[in-house]
Design a protein. Sequence first.
Length: 196
Amino acid sequence: MTVFFGKRTRIPKPKGQSFIELAVVLSILLLLLSGMVEFGNLLNQYITVVDAARTAAREASVADPIADSDIFFATVPVVVENSLQPLVLNPDPPFNDDIVISVFSVAKGQTPVRLFGADGVSRYGNHTSDFTVEMIANRLDAGAPSTGLVLIEIFYSYPQILKLPFFTMVIPDPIPVHAFSIMPLSAAEPTLTPKP
């Protein structure tokens, strides 16, 4: 397009300007779109991991870890792994996925006691519980009756699907995801010792 000013003076428009503008805007839009795809898939995987932790905690809340501890600690991870469809936990490096099960006995007005290990029972030995006894105590009402609790923690590493260099420089690959669920467990309630 030629623009005339006054007596037929021509100012030529630079060639290729529109193409450069399109390239800049399109690259930014593609970066935003790929970020949305990656984040959307990560969110979907996180929801799956949270649901698996809740399902396992519900299943564990009706079991008895004290009477059948071997069966309890073998069954709960299987429930988690079966409810993680289509996800698969990978305990090998660099992923180091894991399931940690903790059982607490809480007497009214006292500090909770972690049963079965100081840091919970790990399925693959890659992680310990992120919850301390003090953190569990802070979540409980001081006036609540004696209870038992089961805590299921899932440590999952989300491998980026697009593996774009820009994202892998800023965000770790795989992205660590931690989900947990706490449910009451009547089998772990402290019992009164009968007086002789």
